[in-house]
Design a protein around this ligand. Structure first.
Ligand SMILES: Cc1cc2nc3c(=O)[nH]c(=O)nc-3n(C[C@H](O)[C@H](O)[C@H](O)COP(=O)(O)OP(=O)(O)OC[C@H]3O[C@@H](n4cnc5c(N)ncnc54)[C@H](O)[C@@H]3O)c2cc1C
Length: 387
């Protein structure tokens, strides 16, 4: 015997839960099938347990996609202000940490509780410990879970990306897209720490834990934020951001003292305190990093030419990372279901009517700072309102 619904949603993550609410509120009998034993597991670990649930400065420029225009419509029709209104309706206390990033004051469970209670109110049924194994399309979609069969005329795929496999991330959404003849933009780990080449690891990685305010660039993209040295390479917000743009084989360029004139700062320190050039340089960068930098790059004598070279090296430290730390450590997966396959208004497949893709499985990847959840809410609302 099979269970029948108006809408089946695969995955009870941020996108799946929110889409179900929107569909349920419109009177659709919606069911979510989730392989884990509780909904929204990634929400619970997000933002260090406090869920950076949106960003008030969200613009389409905060997203990476082969089609830079695709996300505009959904983002304009369900905005950060809309989600904030929902959070406020549930009296969830929140605060702006930095750069427009909104976090829960208490814990991410506030967001999962909110979504679960909205689902309950909208009459959504959530089936946990229910892994979708197979999908067929006859006159409707038929979903097999191994023990049960579910049927509905509409299917929403919200199975997320490949990051953090130990939390149950699967390639199911991409496999299903391929099964129905939809193209996939090659996936890659994004918002992920970078691994340095062996010689650079030997030179810097014992400084693990040291951080610095930098500007990092690759190609035409750059970010000004903090960098953190790790035991394998580099992380911190600036490096996570640039990792989403970095391609293996390309260098990254780090300005260790953005907008600072290192030579003048050193000259000033020397005149004011009568310190040595080395001591003066230690005031320019975080001390341990400055120390190491001079151990490796200190000129034989502090001629004007040497100062000029130091200035240019500090502003243009060029590294060739060996790799990223991969899906195990990536916050998101870039690439995914090709947006040319989907309607930007509804997220419905152009080829297969009734089949929708939302959230991270789609080739839309947000910058660090609450943008990925905003994409989950916006794409889910676009689909949920169209079901
Ligand atoms: C450590 C970490 C911290 C993060 N912090 C933030 C943050 O603070 N702010 C932010 O904006 N973004 C953050 N992100 C990114 C954000 O969590 C994701 O972009 C977002 O969760 C994507 O939502 P989604 O619903 O598309 O996918 P997911 O949340 O991954 O949900 C997909 C669901 O589908 C289920 N599923 C998969 N396959 C099947 C199957 N075959 N059958 C049934 N169910 C299946 C999975 O179990 C999962 O529950 C973070 C990510 C990580 C890993």
């Amino acid at each position: 015997m099979s269970r029948k619904f108006d809408v089946l949603i695969l995955g009870a993550g941020a996108a799946g839960l929110f889409c179900a609410v929107e569909a349920g509120k419109r009177g659709r009998r919606a069911a979510i099938l989730e392989l884990a034993d509780r909904p929204g597991k990634k929400i619970l670990i997000s933002g260090g347990g406090r869920c950076n649930f949106t960003n008030i400065h969200c613009t389409p420029q905060n997203f990476i996609s082969a089609n830079e225009h695709f996300a505009k419509s959904a983002l304009a029709r369900y905005t950060p202000a809309d989600f904030i209104a929902l959070v406020e309706k549930h009296k969830i206390p929140y605060y702006e940490k930095t750069l427009g990033q909104l976090f829960c004051d208490r814990a991410a469970t506030d967001i999962t509780n909110m979504l679960e209670s909205e689902c309950l109110e909208a009459g959504v049924q959530i089936f946990l410990n229910t892994r979708t194994k197979e999908v067929q399309r006859t006159t409707e979609f038929v979903v097999q879970t191994g023990t049960e069969e579910f049927r509905a005329p509409t299917l929403v795929v919200a199975t997320g990306g490949l990051s953090i496999p130990k939390m149950g991330a699967t390639s199911f959404g991409y496999d299903l897209a391929r099964q129905f003849g939809l193209k996939i933009i090659k996936t890659r780990p994004a918002l992920v720490p970078l691994v340095l080449a062996k010689q650079d690891q030997r030179a810097y990685c014992d400084l693990s834990g040291v951080s610095a305010a930098i500007t990092v660039s690759t190609g035409h993209q750059s970010f000004r934020e903090k960098m953190l040295i790790t035991h394998k390479g580099l992380s911190g917000p600036a490096v996570l951001q640039i990792s989403s743009y970095w391609e293996k084989g390309n260098p990254i360029r780090i300005d260790l003292a953005p907008e600072r004139d290192v030579t003048s700062a050193m000259r000033e320190a020397k005149t004011r305190n009568g310190t040595t050039a080395r001591a003066a340089f230690l005031g320019v960068l975080p001390k341990r990093l400055a120390d190491r930098w001079l151990d490796l790059h200190e000129p034989k004598s502090w001629t004007n030419q040497a100062l000029e070279k130091l200035e240019s090296d500090v502003h243009g430290w060029t590294l060739l990372p060996a790799d990223t730390e991969g899906y195990d450590k990536a916050e998101v997966t870039a690439g995914g279901v090709d947006t040319n396959e989907l309607s930007s208004k509804t997220m419905e497949s152009r080829k297969v009517p009734g089949l929708f893709f939302i959230g991270e499985v789609v080739d839309v990847t947000g910058h660090l700072g609450g943008f990925n959840f905003q994409w989950a809410w916006s794409s889910a609302a676009a689909a949920g309102r169209a079901l």
